[in-house]
Design a protein around this ligand. Structure first.
Ligand code: IMP
Ligand code: MG
Length: 170
């Protein structure tokens, strides 16, 4: 494994991101994480947001994206439902990686269909070289090259999510 971001580097960036988010959003909003990849990030970001003076609620939704273990097909589907009672509420949609852009764009569209209030989007990692659609994300932790990464919630065939750092399998 080649380490890209250590646990300490991630923690420092998450803290700065929380401060940035707390400045831009109202104090009360709903974090909606995309399972499973964003679970670890949401857990750390929520606690950092407390330090930054925000008091978010935490919800999750689950998407299925079809494709091989390393390449998404661009076909995204919702598994289960959008969290209930989000109508009119400010929402921060959170994913692990903003890659082709299909997942966040699809989840944002589903949330808008439920008449959420103002919607912001956030991803820990951004791979700008891989984008297939035009979508402006509001908050990004780190920009990375076109590499397949794992760790800190991010998997390869369900492995490596438990790692406290982000790396590239060699
Ligand atoms: P998008 O729909 O192409 O933007 O893809 C986003 C999703 O693809 C993320 O939520 C990840 O689950 C997955 N993904 C994208 N890049 C990687 C990677 O490098 N490692 C593991 N999963 C990835
Ligand atoms: Mg994912």
């Amino acid at each position: 494994m080649r380490i890209l971001f250590t646990a300490a580097e991630i923690a420092a960036r998450v803290e700065a991101l929380a401060a940035e988010i707390a400045r831009m959003l109202p104090a009360e909003f709903v974090m909606v994480g995309l399972l499973k990849g964003a679970a670890v990030f949401v857990a750390d970001l929520a606690r950092a947001l407390d330090g930054a003076g925000a008091c978010p609620e935490i919800e999750f939704m689950r998407l299925a994206s079809y494709g091989s273990a390393k390449e998404s097909s661009g076909v995204v589907q919702l598994i289960g439902d959008v969290p209930a009672n989000l109508a009119g509420r400010p929402v921060l949609l959170i994913d692990d990686i903003f890659d082709t852009g299909h997942s966040i764009a699809y989840a944002a569209a589903e949330l808008r269909r439920c008449q959420v209030g103002k919607l912001w989007t956030c991803a820990l990692l951004d791979k700008p070289q891989r984008r297939q659609i035009a979508f402006a994300i509001d908050f990004v932790g780190f920009s990375v090259a076109d590499l397949f990464v794992v760790g800190y919630g991010i998997d390869y065939a369900e492995k490596y999510r438990h790692l406290p750092y982000i790396g590239v399998v060699e």
